[in-house]
Structures are given as structure tokens and as C-alpha cells.
Design a protein around this ligand. Structure first.
Ligand SMILES: [Ca+2]
Length: 179
């Protein structure tokens, strides 16, 4: 009887643990390490788009640094990094963003790659903010394609026209399937 209790107790623990979100490590998610640029982060702008990117040590949500974009448009400007993902799993990605003069939209974008680096599916977009916003947490909650092995996270401003944006404290967790 005792053995049976241990068995069911063990099953219960496994069940409970499987329901709890698992934190995914985002390297340098607070932008605190680097030399000239923040480690593990890269910039992207659409062809023909005029944007300025700064690793900022004056404005931040936590620590001493954030990343900054001034997007003069007309299309996309982003800071990006890459994380490993499990195909078919669901992830909640969050970042704190501050926006000044936001005529375009600031949000998180996600696009996945398979094990050999080919894109799987299109860009997935999270909640967007515009206008003038002090530090606000924005998020993207999405299931990645079955073949996904890595996900590219974009902290992106689209269609900006002099928009200024700061991002800080990126976190990712694997969650239960999105309802
Ligand atoms: Ca920081």
C-alpha cells in the first residue's frame, strides 16, 4: 500500500510540474553585457528604411542599459536575438517598452527556423503600442510550428516616422497550449 502511495504521489508531482511554465533562458535579456554592442543582440532594418540603433546607458527599465531605436521609416527597424524552441510548443515572450512620438507600431515579432536554418512559417506578431508610453510590458503568446528548432525574436517598430523606442528585460517562458 505504501509503495502504491509513493507511486501515485510521484505521478501527482510529475503532473503538477508539467503544468508549471518553464522559463527559457534569453541571453542578455536585460542588455547589461557587451562591449560596443549588447552581447547576443543584432539590429535589422528593412531595405530603404532609415533607423538609428543605440545600446543606451541613460534610459533603462532595470540595471544600467536598454536598447533604443529611432525609426524614421518607412518600414521596419528591430533588435533581434535567437532562442532554442521545441517544435509545436507554446511560448509567452514579454518585454518592457517605452515609446516616444510613436506614429508606427511597436511590438514583439517571432519567426522560427528549422534545424538547418530555413524559415518555418511567417512572422507572428504580438500586442502593439503607439503614441507616447512610459515603460509598458508588451507580449506575444504563440505556438511555434512543428518543425521549429529556433525562434528569432524581433523587438520591432513598424511604419515609424521619427518613433523613438526603448526595450528592456526580455523574458520567455514555455506555457501550456494557448486557449
Ligand atoms: Ca537593462
Amino acid at each position: 500500500m505504501m509503495k502504491l502511495c509513493w507511486f501515485y504521489g510521484g505521478l501527482l508531482i510529475i503532473f503538477v510540474l508539467s503544468c508549471v511554465s518553464a522559463v527559457v533562458n534569453v541571453k542578455n535579456g536585460g542588455f547589461e553585457s557587451g562591449s560596443n554592442q549588447p552581447d547576443f543582440w543584432f539590429t535589422y532594418k528593412s531595405p530603404g528604411t532609415d533607423a538609428v540603433f543605440v545600446w543606451d546607458n541613460k534610459v533603462f527599465h532595470n540595471g544600467k542599459y536598454s536598447v533604443y531605436i529611432k525609426n524614421n521609416g518607412p518600414k521596419n527597424a528591430a533588435w533581434q536575438t535567437s532562442i532554442p524552441v521545441k517544435g509545436g510548443a507554446t511560448y509567452l515572450i514579454k518585454v518592457w517598452a517605452k515609446v516616444k512620438n510613436g506614429k508606427g507600431v511597436t511590438r514583439i515579432g517571432l519567426r522560427c527556423e528549422d534545424a538547418v536554418g530555413n524559415w518555418t512559417g511567417q512572422v507572428i506578431e504580438g500586442t502593439g503600442i503607439s503614441g507616447d508610453k512610459d515603460w509598458t510590458e508588451i507580449f506575444l503568446h504563440a505556438r511555434v510550428p512543428e518543425k521549429a528548432a529556433r525562434a528569432r525574436i524581433f523587438l520591432v517598430n513598424s511604419a515609424g516616422s521619427g518613433d523613438e523606442i526603448w526595450f528592456d528585460d526580455v523574458t520567455v517562458e514555455e506555457t501550456e497550449e494557448k486557449k
